[in-house]
Design a protein around this ligand. Sequence first.
Ligand SMILES: O=C(O)C(=O)C[C@]1(C(=O)O)C=C[C@@H](O)C=C1
Length: 235
Amino acid sequence: MRALLPAIRSLSDPHGSHPRVIVRSALAARSGHITFCRFLAPSDFFMMPRRLFTTLLGLCFILSSLTRAALHAETASPQTQDPLVTLILERLSWMDEVAEVKRAKSAPVADPAREEALLKAMEQKATEAKLSPTHVRAFFQGQIEAARAFQEEWLARPQPAEWKTRPVPDLTRDVRPQLDAIGTRILEQLSLPRIAAQRAAILTQAEQTMQQKGYSKAVIQPALRGLAAGLEAMR
Ligand SMILES: O=C(O)C(=O)C[C@]1(C(=O)O)C=C[C@@H](O)C=C1
């Protein structure tokens, strides 16, 4: 770089005059614009002390590397998953076990008594948390509908070999308390204030993630309908 500086200087000074002197004298009559014009004069730029010039070039290089690294990080790392989306997926991830219990007991997927008990409990908690019980009910109705659809699809497929040897869990003792705990965590998330753009982003993320994970429309649609209602529970 240092070897190039004389050549750069001669390019910026084709008539042999010292550019900084020319700029300074030209600007002397227009004192109000000196700072502005000095920044614009390219010849002035080339006459900077070498050390400052190389430092600036170094800074440019570092800045461009950082920008490239940031851009790469943005495209390479996955978007952070909103806890609400995680909780909806966690709830659904229990439904293969729940379906296996139904298969083992030859019980129907839908259990209206359990649904009503769960919805009442969540409404009660919503009221205590100053959330709209109507919206919270709609949220869980959506998730229950999604859970039913998933179970029906699961049971329509041949039972995976590894499930045949697995012990069947106890729904009341092992699984439903887990679903209730997820419900409580969901209510905490629904209590967080969010602007419209954040609510829209969560809905988009939920839809995209569920599609990527291979859930059917019959599962995704009610889950999203419930989520949209739940996100209004705060207002
Ligand atoms: O607990 C069950 O038996 C379930 O199948 C789970 C669940 C739910 O999503 O909470 C889904 C369908 C039933 O009608 C009741 C509840």
